[in-house]
Design a binder for this molecule. Structure first.
Ligand SMILES: CC(C)(COP(=O)(O)OP(=O)(O)OC[C@H]1O[C@@H](n2cnc3c(N)ncnc32)[C@H](O)[C@@H]1OP(=O)(O)O)[C@@H](O)C(=O)NCCC(=O)NCCS
Length: 168
């Protein structure tokens, strides 16, 4: 197996300048799919949210130069008989299309299964989001179903496909 080109770490307040610059440079990539924090107030509010129980957020960084590759969020982490979480992710423009987010997503899934001992992670993806569907497929996610008018994005309820990866 080739060594990983990325590593993960939780975001910190000191990441704000680099994070906000990366978001500003990625507007076209993010398009109508995601709306990451785009100013300092939103960034700090996101940090607070991601420090609540049941949420974990990871920056994906390139090992070579510590630059920001993207973000992977685990949210609504539920233990007990479910042991499940939702997954959200986005890349930053200069690093898209190089397989780095694939490595980041796989690293977060390993953390979810081995450290958090989850049984399942779920990603909900709009049917037209070809890059995200390809990423989920490449990482071994299986399509489980279709949820009409599932999430409100950009002021409209959008259909989503439900994809999941199970432990083992
Ligand atoms: C979804 C998203 C994170 C996917 O990121 P990505 O950059 O395509 O993912 P990767 O880093 O794994 O790159 C994969 C591409 O790199 C290519 N690649 C190049 N070198 C590679 C390598 N060494 N290993 C693997 N893939 C490599 C792959 O072939 C693939 O290209 P393809 O899609 O043309 O087949 C990104 O498109 C994004 O941020 N979109 C907007 C936000 C969004 O939609 N989020 C998800 C909401 S559900």
């Amino acid at each position: 197996m080739s060594p990983s080109r990325i590593y993960l770490r939780p975001p910190e307040a000191a990441d704000a300048p680099a994070f906000l610059a990366a978001v500003a440079a990625s507007r076209r990539l993010h398009g109508r799919w995601v709306s990451p924090p785009a100013d300092a107030v939103a960034f700090l509010a996101w940090l607070d949210r991601m420090r609540q129980p049941g949420q974990q957020s990871f920056l994906v960084l390139r090992r070579d130069d510590d630059s920001l590759v993207g973000v992977v969020n685990l949210s609504h982490i539920v233990l007990g008989a479910l042991r499940s979480a939702y997954l959200g992710y986005y890349a930053f423009a200069p690093h898209a299309g190089q397989g780095l987010m694939g490595e980041g997503l796989q690293a977060v899934c390993r953390h979810a299964f081995r450290v958090l001992k989850l049984h399942r992670v779920e990603a909900n993806i709009q049917p037209g989001n070809a890059a995200s569907l390809a990423l989920a497929r490449r990482c071994g996610f299986q399509k489980e179903g279709f949820s009409p008018r599932y999430l409100k994005i950009g002021g409209r309820w959008r259909d989503h496909e439900r994809w999941a990866l199970l432990a083992g």
